[in-house]
Design a binder for this molecule. Structure first.
Ligand code: SF4
Length: 551
């Protein structure tokens, strides 16, 4: 179903100046939390800024909107736009659908980009004129030049791969600045130096994207530019796996700025964090790292522990993490909970032990979540009938787990999850994380995160889910795949999160075909063309919304 707009046809048309609204959906609904106020603008994506920059360079008038959950989005978007581009993660997809429906009713053509577009293209085509896979200048220009509605079903458009270059910070500064105006204290500039990843963790959207770097001379120039804008810039690298070309990266930082003049945050693999590398990172201002541990029984390659698993892996990783912490002030260690290799109590007990052994590290937990066709493993889950149709707003790695665990019943799973999360965010562990941090800022950050929705808040949520699993038969049936009617508990969560946009949801927008990926693969395997109209899907009623509407 992927296509480019016919280049010849599009190029034949004169490009008229369009009013383009570009929306970066950071929030997935109304949000007035303190954490959202302080940090959401610092989580802005790079691609919406890139799209806005490219549109302007093509002569269009751009209205760039960053939605953190506090804005009056309808007022900011307005009714005048010819084209509305929305970038969204899956958890914000329902909001994106509602905005798209409203903008289309006002006469705009709508385009969806971002992770949701790549993960659920069939579904997104039901609500957008265009759904973008890989996005480069040519893809964007083709669509703007064609400027055609695609209804009732939208068109999936993709470049052959990730772009070879992107506008740097200097070029997109206007949009970076507008975003950072919403960040009251800490201001984080998003940058990227590479795409894809040489590793292939089967649950990851970047597993099948070839690793490539972006032009390093532009990055070097951008770092110098930032020194003219901030006394001490703070940069977050959006590379899926920072530092693969380690010497080149460090070299460009060393050339661009005096030692320690810029601070950096990066997501990276433990395998990169050798002691000589850590020394150089410290000298070059790396102040926060987010390495993935993921599992005690899998993915040893990227942690430099090879086939070592279980207790031995725990011991080696804990030692390594404490070494990292002696060079880098802030560390978040990421885990995926519920992976197929996990069995019994041991994985959870090992994680608790890790919390004790590495008191300064902040553990980031994600429940195993399958995002449509984002990752190769998802096909296996769909074929095995293990995917549950939780609506998109719940798919944020914590509110719901849409893969049935391989080796646990749901009650046992939630018991163990509550145990490990409770241990991690117990008053004792929160205090130890606070006291072990070496800097004042990181100490308070640990405390706020531990007490907020991310820590104690999640514990309350998991406890409530566990209660309902044992007390509410219909709730349990949904988890067991015996019912497709979403429990009221989740309906209420979604309503609260969408706020006034709930009423603007198009019919069926909270339902999706959770098996679309395997259906697409089977169609292709039979050598048949994937239907041009991809979203004609036969499915049982999975969702009834407040108006009793089912697709
Ligand atoms: S190392 Fe990280 S970015 Fe690379 S495939 Fe694994 S999870 Fe994805």
């Amino acid at each position: 179903m992927a296509s480019r707009i016919s280049a010849r046809r599009a190029q034949g048309r004169p490009m008229r100046k369009l009013k383009v609204a570009v929306i970066d959906l950071i929030g997935n609904g109304e949000n007035r939390s303190l954490y959202g106020y302080v940090m959401f603008a610092n989580s802005a994506s790079i691609m919406p800024q890139v799209v806005a920059t490219l549109c302007e360079s093509e002569g269009h008038a751009v209205n760039f909107i960053v939605y953190t959950g506090r804005e009056d989005l309808a007022r900011e978007v307005g009714t005048e736009a010819d084209v509305v581009f929305i970038s969204a993660f899956t958890t914000a997809a329902a909001l994106a659908y509602a905005i798209s429906a409203w903008c289309r009713s006002n006469g705009a053509i709508t385009i969806l980009g971002g992770p949701h577009a790549r993960s659920y293209p069939e579904d997104a085509c039901r609500y957008f004129d265009y759904v973008f896979g890989f996005t480069d200048r040519e893809t964007l220009v083709d669509v703007l030049r064609a400027n055609e509605r695609q209804r009732p079903l939208g068109r999936y458009v993709t470049a052959p791969g990730q772009p070879q270059s992107l506008p740097g910070v200097r070029e997109r500064w206007k949009f970076v600045e507008k975003t950072l105006q919403k960040a009251p204290w800490i201001k984080v500039v998003p940058m990227i130096g590479s795409m894809g990843c040489p590793y292939s963790c089967s649950f990851c959207i970047d597993a099948n994207v070839p690793y490539q770097t972006l032009p390093f001379d532009v990055i070097e120039e951008d770092l110098r530019f930032l020194l003219t804008k901030f006394a001490k810039p703070l940069v977050a690298w959006h590379d899926p796996n920072f530092g693969i070309k380690f010497d080149q990266y460090m070299g460009l930082i060393e050339r661009a700025a005096p030692r320690g003049a810029i601070n950096f945050i990066a997501e990276t693999s433990l395998s990169i964090l050798t002691e000589p590398h850590l020394r150089r990172m410290r000298d070059n201002g790396i102040v926060a790292l987010l390495p993935g541990i993921e599992s005690w029984y899998d993915l040893g390659g990227k942690s430099r522990v090879g086939r070592t698993t279980g207790t031995e892996k725990l011991e080696r990783i804990s030692e390594h993490v404490n070494l990292i912490q002696s060079y880098v002030p802030y560390l978040q260690t990421n885990f995926v909970i519920g992976m197929d290799n996990d069995q019994g109590a041991e994985p959870f007990e090992l994680t608790k032990r890790f919390v004790d052994l590495c008191p300064a590290a902040f553990p980031g937990y994600s429940l195993l979540t399958s995002y449509g066709s984002a990752a190769p493993l998802n096909l296996e889950y769909q074929e095995a009938g293990r995917i549950l149709p939780f609506p998109f707003p719940l798919l944020n790695n914590n509110l719901a787990m849409n893969v049935r665990p391989r080796h646990y019943g749901w009650v046992e799973f939630y018991d163990r999850l509550i145990d490990v999360v409770g241990h991690t965010f117990s008053p004792r562990a929160i205090y130890r994380r606070f006291a072990s941090a070496t800097q004042r800022e990181t100490r308070w950050l640990n405390l706020v995160r531990g007490l907020s929705q991310e820590g104690r808040g999640r514990l309350r949520h998991h406890r409530r889910v566990r209660e309902l699993l044992v007390s509410d038969r219909a709730f349990r049936d949904y988890f067991e795949g015996e019912s497709t009617v979403l429990p009221q508990f989740y309906v209420d969560l979604i309503k609260r999160s969408l706020g006034s946009w709930y009423e603007r949801l198009p019919e069926g927008a909270l339902w999706h075909d959770h098996l679309a990926y395997s259906k697409r693969e089977r169609t292709e395997a039979r050598g048949e063309l994937v239907p041009k109209i991809p979203a004609v899907i036969q499915a049982p009623i999975l969702w009834r919304d407040a108006r009793g509407v089912a697709p």
